[in-house]
Write a protein that binds this ligand. Structure first.
Ligand SMILES: NC(=O)c1ccc[n+]([C@@H]2O[C@H](COP(=O)([O-])OP(=O)(O)OC[C@H]3O[C@@H](n4cnc5c(N)ncnc54)[C@H](O)[C@@H]3O)[C@@H](O)[C@H]2O)c1
Length: 271
C-alpha cells in the first residue's frame, strides 16, 4: 500500500499466512517439523514433502486432526525431477495454488562424517545431489510456477559453513564433525539463492535464506559443552527459535525483503 500513515496498516495481519499454501521439503526433519507447525498455527496450508521412509503422509493425517484439512504429505526424492514435478502437481491439485517454498531437506549418508581424506565419491555425490540439486530442482519447478503466477516466497537453507569454516575444536572429544561435502553443497545453495533473488525479483518472487546454527537435537553432552564455549549466546538453539524467521519471510510482513539471509545463529558469525 502506498502510504506514509502507519495507522492505515494492520501490522498483526501482515504476519498471517491465511490463504497461503506452503511447500516444505524435508518437512519431517527437526526444523521442518517446527516450520510446519508454525505455518499451520499462523493459518497457512502446508504440503509436507519428504522421503517415503519418513512417512510424511502419516504425519499430515495426524496434523489434520488439529488443523482440519490444511495439511497434506507426499513422499518424494528432491533430487529427482519427476518427483519434484509430481510435488508441484499434487500441491496444486490439493490446494489450488503455491505461495511459499521452503527447502528444508538435507542428506546425511551413512558415512557422512568420514574424514575428508577418506571421503567416498558416492557419499559426496549423494550429499550434493540432495542438498544442491534438490534445491535447484524445487526452485526451478516450483519457482517457475510462482514466477508465472506473479508472486511467491522461497526460503533456502544454507549453513554457517557456507561462509565460514568450521572451528574444528568444536568437535573435540565428540563423534561429530562437519564434512566438506556439506559445506560445499550448502555454499552452492547460498549462491543459487542470491542468483534467483535478482533473477525473479521483477516477477514478484522473493528468494531468501535462513541460516540456523547448532539446533539442539539431543546432542552429545560434550558437544553441547564445546558449543556453549564458542557461542556468543553460550548455548545451542531450538528448532522453534528458527521458525519465527520462516513465518516472517513467508508472510507479507517481509514484502520488501529479498536476497537476504536471516542468520539464526546466536551471534556465531558476529565475532
Ligand atoms: N540443524 C542445524 O543445526 C542446521 C544448521 C544449519 C543449517 N541447517 C539446515 O537446515 C535444514 C533442516 O535441518 P534439520 O536439522 O531439520 O535436518 P534433518 O536432518 O533433521 O531433516 C532433513 C530432512 O530432509 C529429509 N530428506 C533427506 N533426503 C531427502 C530427499 N532426497 N528428498 C526429500 N527429503 C529428504 C530427511 O528425511 C529429513 O526429514 C537442512 O537443510 C540443514 O542443512 C540445519
Amino acid at each position: 500500500m502506498r502510504t506514509t500513515n502507519p495507522e492505515e496498516i494492520d501490522f498483526k495481519n501482515k504476519f498471517s499466512l491465511k490463504g497461503k499454501v506452503i511447500v516444505i521439503t524435508g518437512g519431517m526433519g527437526l526444523i521442518g517439523r517446527a516450520f510446519t507447525e508454525a505455518c499451520l498455527q499462523f493459518d497457512g496450508m502446508v504440503m509436507i514433502a519428504d522421503i517415503a521412509k519418513a512417512e510424511p503422509e502419516k504425519s499430515a493425517e495426524k496434523l489434520n486432526e488439529r488443523f482440519e484439512g490444511r495439511v497434506a504429505g507426499i513422499s518424494i526424492d528432491v533430487g529427482n525431477r519427476k518427483d519434484v514435478t509430481n510435488l508441484k502437481d499434487e500441491t496444486l491439485r490439493k490446494f489450488g495454488r503455491i505461495d511459499g517454498l521452503v527447502n528444508c531437506h538435507q542428506n546425511k549418508t551413512a558415512k557422512f562424517f568420514a574424514k575428508f581424506e577418506e571421503y567416498q565419491d558416492e557419499d559426496w555425490d549423494a550429499v550434493v545431489e540432495t542438498n544442491l540439486k534438490g534445491t535447484y530442482l524445487t526452485c526451478q519447478i516450483i519457482g517457475s510456477y510462482m514466477a508465472e503466477q506473479g508472486s511467491g516466497s522461497i526460503i533456502n537453507m544454507p549453513s554457517t559453513y557456507s561462509v565460514v569454516a568450521p572451528n574444528q575444536n568444536l568437535y573435540a572429544g565428540t563423534s561429530l564433525g562437519c564434512p566438506a561435502a556439506y559445506s560445499a553443497s550448502k555454499g552452492g545453495v547460498m549462491a543459487l539463492s542470491q542468483y534467483l533473488a535478482t533473477y525473479w525479483a521483477d516477477k514478484g518472487v522473493r528468494v531468501n535464506q535462513i541460516t540456523p546454527h547448532g539446533v539442539w537435537n539431543n546432542h552429545e553432552e560434550k558437544f553441547e559443552e564445546n558449543f556453549s564455549k564458542f557461542s556468543p549466546l553460550k548455548r545451542m538453539s531450538y528448532s522453534h527459535e528458527v521458525a519465527g524467521a520462516a513465518v516472517f519471510l513467508l508472510s507479507d510482513a517481509s514484502s520488501y525483503v529479498t536476497g537476504d539471509n536471516v542468520r539464526v545463529d546466536g551471534g556465531w558469525t558476529a565475532w
